[in-house]
Design a binder for this molecule. Structure first.
Ligand SMILES: Cc1ncc(COP(=O)(O)O)c(C=O)c1O
Length: 296
């Protein structure tokens, strides 16, 4: 496992051990900030445009003034990989907060945003991608503006912890029985060859991989229907899957005690997983599906 010591901040690169976060910091005190997790394959960013667009959209939505423009952000993020000599599969975590100031709910005057971004090795979850995962259902108690990728993740943290305690990979969130997304991914139901998912409204995160899933469906002539589905619909699902930058396109085989479809990853999910690997330029030798047939 490589150690990548250079951390990008708003002013300069610093060594990991030299990074000191201020005590009075709005990210710490209020969760007053935004973040992104960007996938890196063999030292190359995947979906960087989508992540940068969303980052600036989130910043604008909560009126954070970004320390530099998008063009400069691309440059710095490239430098982050170069300086750390990243060649592996990895992830970049970056967060921007409203800054450091004596604690007061209202925005402080004249405070500059704090930014940091680091890179860490991250292997693809190959076993899960092959075999699928289980999920639980959990009430969605988050606020109405989940399209903003805000640092306020307490409901997501609690839902994921509940899933973990039940030996499950994810928590499928629902509001009064209507499925929104998962604690850290988007979720999709397949029925009669069509893919259903919650519309990209304000109450879900508009996942970068979700955008690609929609494009893969178009490319493969699979109907992509942005209609919310209900918890009861799970029992009629042929397939279920989730998507995110770290989980890619992941089959879900069981929800609570309900087996989904035949209890194995289905053909639509497999096809979308293949599309993902092609799109992300995963080399054949690293494919999760070398010895798998697409339809099982
Ligand atoms: C709540 C939530 N939904 C969906 C996603 C998937 O987003 P993306 O595909 O951009 O990784 C994430 C990713 O972290 C998330 O936290």
């Amino acid at each position: 496992m490589a150690i990548y010591n250079h951390i990008l901040t708003e002013n300069q690169f610093v060594e990991q051990n030299d990074l000191r976060y201020p005590f009075e910091e709005r990210g710490l005190q209020f969760g007053d900030g935004i973040y992104e997790v960007i996938r890196v394959y063999e030292g190359r960013y995947y979906l960087i445009d989508e992540h940068i667009e969303r980052l600036y959209r989130s910043a604008a939505a909560i009126k954070i003034h970004m320390p530099f423009n998008k063009e400069e952000m691309y440059k710095r993020l490239d430098e982050l990989l170069e300086k750390n000599e990243v060649k592996s599969d990895a992830k970049v975590y970056m967060q921007i907060t409203r800054g450091s100031a004596p604690r007061d709910h209202a925005f402080p005057d004249g405070t500059e945003a704090n930014l940091y971004a680091y890179v860490k090795d991250l292997e693809r979850p190959v076993d899960h991608l092959k075999q699928g995962v289980t999920a639980i259902t959990h009430e969605d108690v988050r606020w109405d503006w989940c399209y903003i990728k805000s640092l306020n993740l307490l409901p997501n943290v609690l839902a994921k912890q509940t899933a973990k305690e039940k030996d499950s990979y994810e928590a499928i969130l629902h509001k009064n029985g209507e499925v929104t997304e998962c604690s850290s991914s988007n979720v999709y139901l397949v029925r009669n060859g069509k893919v259903y998912t919650h519309p990209a409204k304000k109450n879900i995160l508009h996942g970068c991989v979700r955008m690609r899933v929609e494009a893969f469906c178009q490319q493969e002539n699979i109907e992509f229907i942005e209609e919310p589905f209900q918890l009861e619909d799970l029992m009629y699902a042929d397939e279920l899957f989730l998507s995110s930058s770290t989980s890619e396109v992941m089959p879900i085989l069981k929800v609570d005690s309900q087996v989904i479809g035949n209890g194995v990853p289905g053909p639509v999910t497999r096809l979308l997983q293949k599309c993902y690997e092609t799109d992300a330029r995963i080399p054949a030798h690293a494919s999760a599906f070398q010895n798998l047939r697409i339809a099982e």
